[in-house]
Ligand binder design. Sequence first.
Ligand code: URA
Length: 240
Amino acid sequence: MRLDKYLSQRLGIPRSESRRLAARGSVTVNGTVCKKADTQLDEHTAAVCVDGQPLAGQYRQFVYLMLNKPAGVVSAARDARDTTVVDLAAGDYPRRQLFPAGRLDKTSTGFVLLTDDGALAHDILAPGRHVEKEYLVTLDTPLTPEMSAGFAAGVTLADGQTLAPALAEPAGGDPCRVRVVLRQGVYHQIKRMFGVYGAGVNALHRTAIGGVALDAALAPGDYRELTEPEVETLRAAARR
Ligand code: URA
């Protein structure tokens, strides 16, 4: 089917409007900007986006969701006792095998990526890829220059494991609020890193993964699909 016909049908707009959308570079087909209205595409398999938003009702190979995890929910696909991050979204995606690409502790909040794209999840989580994760942490004591310097040099945990360099800087306002950036994913990593300095973590919120920021409009428990540029940003971060 021609691109302009496809857009007209999906969006309920005149063909002339479809041609204008394409001509101004608003339309991508399988990730590439397509300005030619007479481009032929397979309407069953093509991934078409307008201004970065996938068109509803089209087949997509994978789903990518940004979830704002609330406290008390576990980062797993299934759990016998607790509500999981997948439980929060699965109802809208009954035929998808969603799973969280990376974990947050039960008490932690913020950005969890839910997907059924195993290859991208693997690349994001692979230790060698160093995809950046950003957190807003509230300590039970003010951040000290010693903590920041220790994070930058690479903290040695109580069990002797030395971690990769990380960032810990004041988040502004309350001196107990800290912006942390990690490129590793060790169990309870941030709590254990601050624990080395005798500091406790009162709250931990993930604000970004691989350069994609958690949408501030998402209330705890809410989720939305990533836009195509956001998926591309993640892919690029995982490739580096
Ligand atoms: N580090 C932690 O200690 N907890 C999290 O949930 C994430 C990073």
